[in-house]
Design a protein around this ligand. Structure first.
Ligand code: DGL
Length: 270
């Protein structure tokens, strides 16, 4: 199968890394919408329209399944992407439900925490998924917007990230036993987050998502290939992407996703 994977930019490579480790017999096409990153601070309507445009392009590349490797895009755009892709026989996988399931598996007692972008926290998709799976479970959601630029700068340890983490996360100390890393970038700050929340289970939705896709599609029987595409200059993507993927993404193609096809178009809100 040919599996399309997209994110607002580089962060989805954490999901791709987990997919590659488990579904290496499929062809994986990664598209980072680097011309329009960040999604995390934008309105739901804008994230939906960006996501549909990127998905439309991937569908034109002949994908058989779509993975939304971005928490913000999953939060806002999953229903629209399903509505556009499923009539074409293309299943859509997001990162929210797998993250919630993985959290419930390790959670012992008390409240759960969600760390994410502003869009992910305000969009409420994690709250809805948790309400479905465990109606009485409380969730404290904390937006951590500075984590994304810190990770992109490669500031993964030391005084600055630790102080930022302390400012965001101190209110959770002693109140939660499990925290969902609900943003593609946060797994790279795992050690810093763990130093502020010692003993708290940190759930990585990238891994949980790859497990869910593996369960649905199997590991694949082909030799598998990787293709990297971006909507802005490939150089920075390749340099920064290495931290996320564990190897340098290479080669990286610069693509123009153009206008979406009719099934992937939505009018702007009035
Ligand atoms: N990929 C985004 C997410 O997981 C983080 C970066 C952004 O704001 O676009 O929410």
């Amino acid at each position: 199968m040919r599996i399309g994977v997209f994110d607002s930019g580089i962060g989805g490579l954490t999901v791709l890394r987990e997919l590659k480790a488990r579904l290496g017999g499929h062809d994986l096409l990664y598209l980072g919408d680097t011309a329009r990153i960040p999604y995390g601070t934008r309105s739901p309507q804008t994230v939906i329209s960006y996501s549909l445009r990127v998905a439309s392009y991937l569908v034109e590349q002949g994908i058989d399944a779509l993975v939304i490797a971005c928490n913000t895009a999953t939060t806002h755009a999953l229903p629209d992407l399903e509505a556009a892709c499923e009539p074409l026989g293309i299943p859509v996988f997001g990162v929210v439900h797998p993250g919630v399931q993985a959290a419930l598996q390790v959670h012992e007692e008390g409240q759960l925490a969600l760390l994410g972008t502003e869009g992910t926290v305000l969009g409420g998709a994690y709250h809805r998924a948790l309400a479905e799976a465990a109606p009485d479970q409380e969730l404290i959601a904390v937006p951590c917007p500075l984590f994304v630029p810190l990770v992109e700068e490669g500031w993964l340890e030391g005084v600055v990230p630790t102080e930022v983490a302390r400012r965001y996360l101190e209110p959770l100390q002693g109140r939660v036993d499990t925290a969902i890393l609900g943003c593609t970038h946060y797994p790279l700050l795992r050690e810093v987050i763990a130093s502020v929340l010692p003993g708290v289970h940190l759930v990585d939705s990238a891994r949980a998502t790859a497990e869910a896709v593996l369960e649905a599609l199997g590991p694949g029987e082909g030799t598998g290939s990787l293709r990297f595409m971006v909507t802005d200059g490939p150089e920075r993507f390749a340099d920064v992407g290495e931290r996320f993927l564990g190897e340098r993404p290479d080669p990286v193609e610069w693509v123009d996703v153009g206008q979406p096809t009719a099934a992937f178009s939505r009018p702007l809100p009035a």
